[in-house]
Design a protein around this ligand. Structure first.
Ligand code: PBG
Length: 341
């Protein structure tokens, strides 16, 4: 009979648990950390002077008019966040099939950026370059009259003008999210020609046709376009099945002058982040998108996940995969918890 009261010790040289036995040693051996310097906070902005408007599908986030935007940005800066990515919500009456309002000098969004940069010059402003906030059909570009598909070269031409107007308004980093062919090179050329050689390009290099953008489309109102069923962007955004094609896109954007390469979504594409990182010497960003954020919130709301723990683990995983920069709607909350607030 075995005497169950006595277990002889195993003869082990390696006991990995020794390095996990206290909070102090776990901190010493921790390989990956999310730092406030890594974070970019995406923010939704609207015209006018109205108060903040809640966004149903994105708990804790609001559409901000310029005054509340400056207030929010000041709070972020106090928490140590030094970059925001702005997304405009355009009134449907200003939208048309060609997204013409985007490149009008009177576009209020340019004024908002100018104001924000005047108030907080040290804050880095990232602005998306795509036409979806401005088109009545919600696509990222203009449609070809014959095929009905987004017309590549014509869209690129409009986007270069938009990028240049954003730069002229004080945007530090333009972020083409449209996935047209050749847009990075065309935007770099136009920016340089217009005297904005110091304006950076954060390329949405590998942006997948994902189901996880739903809450964002609610937030900017690009989902509710008349006459169009569900938005299908598969002729320009990447097939979620394709890693090698993502690497091709990353290489093209790097060759055309991107300063930072981004993978989007993040949490479901950790292999892509890691492969992009291995193949470039540029900084790599990852965008934890609206659906990833909403999913964690929904499960936490139902009592099924711990919000903070799931949030922190999701971001840690994205960093561990190789992302240097994290675009996340959780940025402010994370910055607070890093400060123990
Ligand atoms: C638009 C754009 C999208 C997002 C960022 N820029 C949506 C889309 O491509 O339809 C998604 C961001 C998110 O879901 O958080 N070009």
């Amino acid at each position: 009979m075995i005497n169950s009261a006595y277990t002889p010790p195993l003869d082990l040289i390696r006991r990995p648990r020794r390095n996990r036995q206290s909070a102090a040693i776990r901190a010493l051996v921790r390989e990956t950390r999310v730092h406030v310097d890594d974070l970019i906070q995406p923010l939704f902005v609207k015209d006018g002077n109205g108060g903040p408007e809640a966004i149903g599908s994105m708990p804790g986030l609001e559409r901000l008019s310029v005054k509340s935007l400056v207030k929010e940005a000041n709070e972020l800066v106090k928490l140590g966040i030094r970059a925001v990515a702005l997304f405009p919500t355009i009134d449907p009456v200003l939208k048309d099939a060609r997204g013409k309002y985007a490149v009008m000098a009177r576009n209020w969004f340019f004024g908002t950026i100018r104001h924000l940069k005047n108030e907080i010059p040290e804050l880095l402003v990232v602005a998306d370059v795509a036409l979806d906030p401005y088109t009545s059909h919600g696509h990222d570009g203009v449609l070809d009259a014959n095929s009905g598909d987004v017309a590549n070269d014509e869209t690129v031409h409009i986007l270069t003008q938009y990028a240049s107007l954003l730069a002229a308004s004080g945007t530090d980093i333009v972020a083409p999210s449209d996935m047209m062919d050749g847009r990075i090179g065309a935007i770099r050329d136009e920016l340089d020609r217009e005297g904005f050689s110091q304006t950076s390009i954060l390329a949405y290099a590998a942006k997948f046709a994902s189901a996880y953008y739903g809450p964002f489309r609610d937030a900017v109102g690009s989902a509710k376009s008349k006459g169009v069923p569900a938005l299908d962007k598969r002729t320009y955004q990447l097939d979620p099945a394709n890693l090698r094609e993502a690497l091709l896109e990353a290489r093209l954007d790097e060759d055309q002058g991107a300063d930072i390469l981004m993978v989007k979504p993040a949490g479901l594409y950790l292999d892509v982040i890691s492969a992009v990182k291995a193949g470039t010497t540029l900084p790599v960003a990852a965008y934890q998108v609206s659906g990833e954020y909403a999913q964690i919130h929904a499960a936490a709301h139902a009592g099924w996940l711990d919000l903070e723990k799931a949030r922190d683990e999701s971001l840690l995983a994205i960093k561990r995969a190789g992302a240097d920069i994290l675009l996340t709607y959780f940025a402010k909350d994370v910055a607070k918890s890093l400060k123990n607030l």
